[in-house]
Design a protein around this ligand. Sequence first.
Ligand code: BGC
Length: 414
Amino acid sequence: MATETLKFPDGFKWGSATSAHQVEGGNYNDWSSQCRDCSRVEPKFRKPCIPCAGKACDSYNRYEEDFDIAQKLNHNIHRFSIEWSRIEPEEGKFDEKEMEHYKRLIDALRERGIEPMVTLWHFTNPVWFAEKGGWLNHKAPEYFTRYVKYVVDNFHDRHSMSVMPKLWITFNEAASVWAGFSYLNGQWPPQHKNIFKYIKVRKNFIKAQALAYREIKKVYKDTSHNVAVGLVESNVYSAQGNRWYEKTIGKFYNYQRNLYFWDKALPYYDFLGLNYYHVDRRVPGNYRVLPKQGWMPEMNWEIYPEGICHVLKDLSKFKKPIYITENGIADGTDKLRDKFIKEHLRWIWQAIQDGVDVRGYLYWSLLDNFEWAHGFAPKFGLVEIDYATLERKIRPSAYEYARICETNSMIYDL
Ligand code: BGC
């Protein structure tokens, strides 16, 4: 079979991502306070069941073991999130011990030659914040920024330049995913179904982005710190029909689903974090332009690797560097993962050849983990977790990916 070696730009970052509530275990936040044992849901509960993360992967205690694996797999960047509810368990009261924990975690990454990429919010909120109305509260942006300030101040004061994280992310998919699941279709806490609340929450995120961004930049005002603040959103590939009304609907949908937050939050971020997984069929006429593609059974998602190239080209209009902050497949068999990664990388490489400024690729996820409303069933990990023993087992596809990370290039079968 003919092959081609695809080289990535010098300094391209390779790694994987996780989030606090999905791997840490033992969190007390707006998700855990509303979760139930979904295997025994009684019919009287009309709302969708919110499963519990429980001890998850116990990464709160086992992070060194996890990072040893990432190092062994040649990763040079790792994205994780700080759990707001740990740092500020009660309103205005910050927990220094928890802050120390995250500093140790960052040191542990640095010691292994892995660059930390720190997400400040990945779907979960402290209970006190939720009780005040959460992201509907007009003061939510200030509450969030107070927490952000506490975190960045801590690094600024005590960490030397070499260990201070340089890549920060304010929000993960706040407008494109979280607002919809939590305020439109009522699946995630607080399980509301109200378009006006949805609109309000999304506006509050925009305010929070501007405030938090300015705060981080104020703390790190010396430009030699090279601190970059990113905003992560999820984009779907939404094929647009070719009739005039299909194009109009397609454009509107694409803006609302994919571009809204990045567009409204300009200029308050330095890079875009793109999470890309699947095709979206909501726009009329799309089957005429894009026939049915491959399937990811564990999530019921349609896979379209070429879509990431189209999405990246579309995002280049924001004229900022882009990191692929998530891309991955739930596949407990590990039969599809290697191909999934390579096909996506082939199209990311293409986007780079076409002039898009992509700086790194972070596979979702390092570990199998708690997949929100789906519980523990989908297996996204490069590493398999035995949830009874918490034993970590590296999957064969992880070694394939490790070769790409090591050589900064990929041998692609034509
Ligand atoms: C989220 C992750 C999630 C992944 C797979 C992204 O939307 O950021 O938390 O696990 O998709 O569903």
